[in-house]
Design a protein. Structure first.
Lengths: 290, 401, 324
């Protein structure tokens, strides 16, 4: 029983990583109805900003909030400068721009900071909580942070006029424009918020996996799966999806099919679920009117 | 008239046959009075771009050599291409270097799959594929592949050394193994199995693999810990090595921990993992680590630091792959130097196979480069070392010769 | 096809045939790869460009085709040319079967499913129970074919690269003509109809399920054939040759070349073959950054792909001519 609990808890810890990045994906999807493949690299880049600030002597929380702010600005700037000109191009052309951003950010970060792994500090105590041996305090703390972000997102989209306007702009740009929503700025704002959430995710992930330019490559794969299995238009679903993927993968790898194929089998299971529930476990079923 | 010419012709014939003629200049494509044109393939983009720095440090070293007058008066000019660690691209680039750029040889292609892809081609074209950057055993096969040579100690031998150490010191060990699921990890694993021999089945209680795309190895570590093993062989690249070292400590598992040479960097791996968590690690070494305090005042490492600061200032001084690139570039320069004025591909290969007790100053004391017509493995000796919380303390004798 | 475009096509084909006799062996090899990618991109374009189903996993079909060829040649001594139809058939079946459950998925969810395929296949190739066939992480090395003897008898001594180029060209021409026929025919129109409005298409009597699965199968077949040709040209297959970036590269290829365009496949192939080399020439420090800038530049300047830009240029030229 103990090994099983250990695997489940380790799965929750890694699932928390996936969930935090999945939230950034949900954010950008809510705002633009696109999945940004560069989201992971953007988060990685933000984490390097934080790393530089901390290394320059800034206290952790100062660097944390400054990085969130800078990432927000970075997101807005990218939307205005890079995405704007291709706004009306076919969806796949925009996807290619995302891929371009991904490779540029990865390559430039490697060039500036080299590929040697770096430690990133954790705001949580070094000693494990309650003397448990399975999860470090940081892993538990990171899950807490993810849940806080989730709560903020939920409140933002549900109850604030801005959040509602943003959803409206993504779902029906024309009508939104008619009721006075500035759709262009909503998109930029969505990018900014997604980048800000991503930076929080990056700063929570980095202490666990170590900071390097390829830090987010693998994580993004899982986050993408997590966001979709939970329902990409539902932040809570995405977080649940993250935990589900983390635990499922660990349990399958440790006890059922071995490590070699665990990712493959986990993905097949997810797709199996999706063929039964094509909008994800908690996604809204879209009925199109003809 | 006829009679008069005869002696001249005879003289010429004699000159060509005599040993003195060897001093005459002989060139294959890529070599001339002025330069030796070298080809080089390295991943600068893609998943293995972390190794791009090797290409840059080699280029920097040749720049230094050229500024100091070159080798035998010739400049070492290197054309380096990016293959993104994708074998089809490696083939394309190797062909470009050989057929279009007409280089004398291809130096240091990186990775087992990319090198496997061009193995046959290089040997069919009879162009040296020299000092490849992978530790697979197949590069030491002069009978079948006389144009290919490795450089670093091979993974299987290293795996064997750990196995022998375990058999000698703790014959009843229960062993857990973590390995990267690719050619590199499997080579180590094979050497380790071979070293344990018939006892492998009984002694290894659990093996767990991970993929490079896995964000963490926590799940694997939990599996290994649950197996009840008291000995742990850690076949991982730096990021995962640091994760595994930290996880083993944090979860209260205290096995005798063997770490592969790939991840011995004190600054690159052990410090991120936490130096106190790395105490007691056992590894093998052949090269000096720039972040290991024992080489702080070492003349060779000082020379390396000066070189880095002057010729490759943007390079990372804590990254031991930069020492690796420096050492392998020195080996190539030595080979070209030995070849003298006979810069044919055949002679370069012959010189590469006649390195005798060649010492590169950034290799560990006592580790020498030796090759022969039947031995295409330049570095075969390594020494065990244990981490004491600050530095790698070498113990036992230099092995593997 | 109008007479003029037929003539243009004939000239182009003639030039393509003459190419290996004008350039070096190495260039012939590069252009062989261009043709290989062109076939693969046409396959992906059938699915994504014409039928509107996004695939992030076509590298998997490319890999299946490549391993089919390699295993048949290496383990069973099958001649290289015979592996091409087998690779095509296997991928047709694989694609059709994969297309069936994928029917229930749309847009992003289909992207995830195909993505899973692209990510999982290299792992499957490494799986130790399959190692006996796939060679595991070490991959398989294969022999490069010589030109058939009868060419030499006619006084045309072809080297391996020239022959392989011509062989690939022949396959490519057949595949492009077949593709062109398919796409302008009933099935092609049904595919486009489903892409543009699947409800309307269904109402018009198009069997959506069948056509979509068929599109998947045919698309996979094209890509698989390309994979087999690629393996023969490169003489080596290994899981590392077919990582997820291959799938992404193929997607980039059809978008840059031009979606729903047959010549677009060729433009895209030229892009993915040569632009990374150019990026590498420009910067050793960060070649990917340069490649990324190229991508953005192409999308900005030609949002409908190179094919779209060419179409516009030709139309503009035609108008000018009419005006004068």
């Amino acid at each position: 029983m103990e090994p099983f609990i250990h695997q489940v808890l380790a799965g929750l810890a890694t699932g928390g990583i996936y969930a935090s990045v999945a939230l950034a994906l949900v954010m950008i999807y809510q705002a633009t109805h696109l999945v940004n493949f560069a989201q992971g690299e953007l988060a990685m880049f933000s984490t390097y900003i934080a790393w530089s600030l901390i290394n320059a002597g800034m206290p952790y929380w100062g660097a944390f909030f400054l990085t969130v702010g800078l990432s927000f600005v970075l997101g807005v700037v990218i939307e205005r400068v890079v995405i704007r000109p291709v706004e009306n191009s076919p969806v796949l052309a925009v996807v290619v721009v995302f891929i371009a951003l991904l490779v540029i950010l990865n390559s430039v970060t490697g060039w500036i900071y080299t590929f040697t792994i770096k430690t990133f500090p954790s705001p949580f105590p070094g000693q494990p909580l309650f003397g448990n041996k399975y999860m470090s305090s940081h892993e538990i703390g990171a899950i807490g942070v993810t849940l806080v972000v989730l709560l903020l997102l939920y409140v933002f989209f549900r109850f604030t006029p801005l959040g509602l306007a943003m959803r409206a702009a993504a779902q029906n740009p024309e009508s939104s424009r008619l009721v006075g929503i500035r759709v262009g700025w909503m998109l930029a704002l969505g990018w900014g918020l997604a980048a800000a959430i991503g930076s929080v995710a990056g700063m929570m992930v980095a202490p666990i996996v170590f900071l390097d330019p390829n830090m987010m490559g693998g994580v993004l794969l899982y986050a993408f799966a997590a966001a979709l299995v939970g329902g990409i238009d539902n932040p809570a679903g995405a977080v649940f999806g993250g935990f589900l993927v983390g635990v499922l993968e660990n349990v399958l790898g440790a006890f059922v099919i071995g490590n070699e194929l665990k990712l493959a089998v986990a993905l097949v299971l997810i797709i199996g679920v999706l063929t039964v529930r094509p909008s994800g476990l908690f996604g809204k079923v879209h009925v199109t009117r003809v | 008239m006829k009679l008069k010419l005869m002696p001249v012709a005879a003289l010429l014939a004699a000159a060509l046959a005599s040993p003195a003629a060897l001093a005459q200049k002989k060139y294959d494509p890529g070599a001339s009075d002025k330069e030796v044109l070298l080809g080089h393939i390295n991943p600068y983009s893609g998943p293995a771009s972390a190794y791009g720095t090797i290409g840059r440090v080699i280029a920097a070293y040749f720049k230094k050599v050229n500024q100091e007058g070159g080798v035998n008066g010739r400049m070492l000019n290197m054309i380096s291409y990016d293959d993104g660690y994708s074998p089809p691209k490696t083939v394309e680039m190797a062909r470009k270097l050989v057929e279009q750029d007409k280089v004398l040889l291809i130096f240091q292609p990186l990775g087992t799959p990319p090198n496997s892809a061009i193995h046959k081609y290089m040997n069919a074209k009879k162009v040296p594929q020299l000092f490849v950057a992978t530790g697979a055993t197949k590069w030491n096969d002069p009978k079948k592949f006389p144009w290919t040579m490795g450089w670093q100690p091979n993974y299987q031998t290293e795996g064997k050394i750990y196995a022998q150490h375990i058999l000698k010191t703790r014959p009843n060990a229960r062993i857990a193994v973590l390995y990267q699921n690719d050619d590199y990890g499997k080579d180590y694993l094979k050497g380790f199995h071979d070293g344990l021999g018939a006892r492998a089945k009984a002694m290894i209680v659990r093996e767990a693999s991970y993929e490079v795309s896995d964000p963490t190895v926590d799940s694997q570590m939990a599996q290994l810990q649950a197996s009840g093993a008291d000995t742990f062989f850690n076949i991982t690249t730096p990021k995962f090595a640091a994760q595994a070292i930290r996880k083993a400590w944090d979860s209260g598992w205290k096995p005798v921990h063997y770490l592969n040479n790939v991840s011995v960097g004190v600054g690159a791996v052990l410090k991120p993992a936490g130096l106190e968590k790395a105490v007691g690690l056992i590894t093998t070494n052949y090269i000096k680590d720039p972040t290991d305090p024992q080489w702080k005042d070492d003349a060779a490492m000082k020379g390396w630091t000066d070189f880095m600061q002057k010729y490759y200032p943007e390079g990372d001084l804590t990254d031991n792959t930069n020492v690796y690139g420096y050492a392998v570039a020195k080996t190539l320069a030595q080979t070209i130097k030995q070849a003298g004025n006979d810069l044919t591909r055949a002679n370069v290969m012959q010189q590469a196979a006649s390195l005798k007790n060649f010492e590169v100053d950034v290799l560990l004391p006592g580790i020498k480069i030796n090759t022969s017509a039947s031995d295409f493995a330049p570095i075969e000796s390594v020494q065990l070392a244990r981490f004491d919380g600050k530095t790698w303390v070498r113990f036992g004798e230099v092995m593997g010769n | 096809m109008s007479r003029r475009s037929l003539a243009g096509f004939a000239i182009l084909l003639l030039l393509a045939c003459a190419l290996p006799f004008m350039v070096s062996e190495y260039r012939s090899f590069q252009f062989t790869l261009v043709l290989v990618y062109a076939i693969a991109l046409l396959g992906l374009n059938i699915l994504t460009g014409y039928n509107g189903q996004i695939s992030l996993g076509h590298g998997a079909f490319y890999a299946i085709g490549a391993y089919c060829a390699a295993i048949l040649m290496d383990k069973y001594g099958v001649p290289y040319w015979a592996t091409i139809p087998v690779a095509g058939a296997v991928c047709l079946a694989a694609g059709f079967l994969f297309g069936l459950p994928a029917l229930r998925l749309e847009g992003l969810y289909l992207a995830l499913a195909t993505f899973a395929l692209g990510v999982s296949l290299p792992q499957l190739l490494k799986y130790h129970h399959l190692e006996e066939w796939t060679g595991g992480v070490q991959g398989i090395t294969i022999q490069k074919p010589d030109a058939p003897a009868f060419f030499a008898e006619f006084g045309l001594a072809l080297d391996q690269d020239q022959w392989l180029y011509l062989f690939t060209l022949a396959v490519a021409v057949v595949m492009f003509v077949l593709g062109w026929n398919l796409l302008r025919g009933r099935i092609g129109r049904a595919m486009v109809a489903i892409r543009d409005n699947h409800v309307a298409a269904e109402a018009m009597g198009v069997n959506n399920a069948l056509i979509k699965s068929l599109a998947f199968g045919v698309s996979a077949m094209y890509t698989g054939i390309a994979g087999a040709l690629g393996a023969i040209a490169v003489q080596f297959v290994a899981p590392d040759s077919f990582n997820f970036f291959l799938s992404i590269t193929l997607l980039v290829g059809i978008v840059i070349g031009g979606l729903a365009s047959i010549p677009g496949a060729l433009y895209g192939a030229l892009f993915i073959q040569f632009v990374p080399n150019i990026a590498d020439e420009i910067s050793k420090a960060a070649p990917w950054a340069i490649f990324g800038l190229f991508l953005i530049g192409f999308v900005y300047l030609m949002p409908a792909g190179v094919a779209g830009a060419v179409r516009m240029a030709v139309a503009r030229l035609g108008r000018k001519r009419q005006n004068t």
